[in-house]
Design a protein around this ligand. Structure first.
Ligand code: SER
Length: 343
């Protein structure tokens, strides 16, 4: 994606951190928003960095003066944080998304062209009722088990519907056509693993926490069972997915929300690879029944054939490449440690 005006919300977060750099590297003009102060490195890459709450009208007004082509709306409370304060999660995750859909609608109408809204949805929109049933399921398609058990999953699933509504049906009773100014597109991310940031507030955090602790030579007690299984992805592929979907011609898209997959290891497979990548890593398992129940409701893997067919989605990083070419060398450098085995 290049030479466009991109607005990124949650720019300091896990995905924002990497996406911002990738967009800046290809000549895009970037407006960033985050609740926390931006780093000098980020500020230097942005036309404007706005610090504030996405629910604050002043923040929206500050962004609205730009001729925005695409919004990457990343700001959200993840699954664990959302369970600790469900009402706040609803405000941030749902009302926050509504703010940016409305912003896109206004900017699109002002400019007479649609504004793309790229949305990170999640495997948390799925809710498989029992572990027995999860073990019997194949890779889940987009329309299966749409019964999330978390506030976060429910928020994201509803946001998918909101995005479709703004894009295709907004104010459908109005005399003049009001839809078509928002072009909403989303990917359902698996757990993401970054070499550069450690997530907080999520339930898939056990994998990145395990790896980052090992890289620092610290022991880790994993909060899910060794056989717990959900899909994961290396952060460069997550960023690539958002950019590739933004670049895809609209006429090729047969849906607005796509599953994307990369690999789907069990927690014990992640532990074994972590021990190979960071020899001597001390990993134990002490499942937390509540967090485990959330992981058990998420799919073991997803069917991403629609993304592959419509916009050529395929990950660059399989599990081994993620560990030995992406994580081990980059994390080792980050912590300047002696544990990494970059093979
Ligand atoms: N990584 C997210 C979480 O654990 C799921 O999308 O909340």
């Amino acid at each position: 994606m290049n030479a466009q005006c991109a607005l990124i919300t949650g720019a300091n977060g896990e995905i924002g951190h990497s996406l911002l750099k990738a967009l800046a590297a290809t000549g895009n003009s970037i407006i960033s928003i985050d609740l926390n102060e931006h780093t000098p490195e980020h500020t230097a890459l942005c036309e404007e960095s706005i610090t504030g709450d996405i629910l604050d009208e002043d923040v929206i007004r500050a962004a609205e003066k730009y001729d925005i082509d695409v919004i990457f709306h990343l700001a959200a409370l993840l699954s664990k944080s959302a369970e600790l304060n469900p009402e706040r999660a609803h405000r941030v995750n749902v009302e926050g998304t509504l703010q940016f859909l409305q912003l896109a609608q206004r900017v699109g109408k002002r400019r007479g062209k649609s504004v793309k809204v790229l949305f990170p949805s999640t495997i948390a929109v799925y809710g498989i009722p029992t572990l027995e049933e999860k073990r019997l399921t194949d890779k889940l398609r987009e329309d299966e088990y749409q019964t999330p058990i978390t506030m976060y999953g429910a928020n994201k699933l509803y946001n998918e519907h909101l995005g479709r509504y703004y894009s295709d049906h907004y104010r459908q009773m109005s005399e003049i056509r009001e839809s078509g100014y928002v072009d909403f597109r989303g990917v359902r991310f698996p757990g993401l693993i970054s070499a550069f940031t450690v997530p907080s507030g999520g339930t898939s955090d056990f994998a990145p926490e395990m790896i980052h602790k090992a890289a620092q030579g610290l022991p880790y007690s994993c909060f899910v069972r060794p056989d717990a299984q959900i899909p994961f992805m290396a952060m460069p592929d997550g960023v690539k997915a958002l950019i590739d979907l933004a670049d895809a011609p609209l006429e090729k898209l047969t849906r607005r929300i796509y599953n994307i997959g990369a690999f789907a290891p069990t927690a014990s497979e992640i532990a074994e690879l972590t021990q190979q990548a960071f020899p001597g890593a001390e990993i134990t398992f002490a499942p937390d029944i509540k967090r485990q129940a959330i992981i058990d409701s998420w799919p073991a893997d997803v069917d991403d054939s629609a993304a592959n067919r419509d916009w050529n989605w395929q990950p660059d990083y399989d599990l081994n490449r993620t560990f030995f070419e992406y994580l081990a060398p980059n994390i080792a450098e980050r912590y300047q440690n002696k544990y990494a085995n970059g093979r």
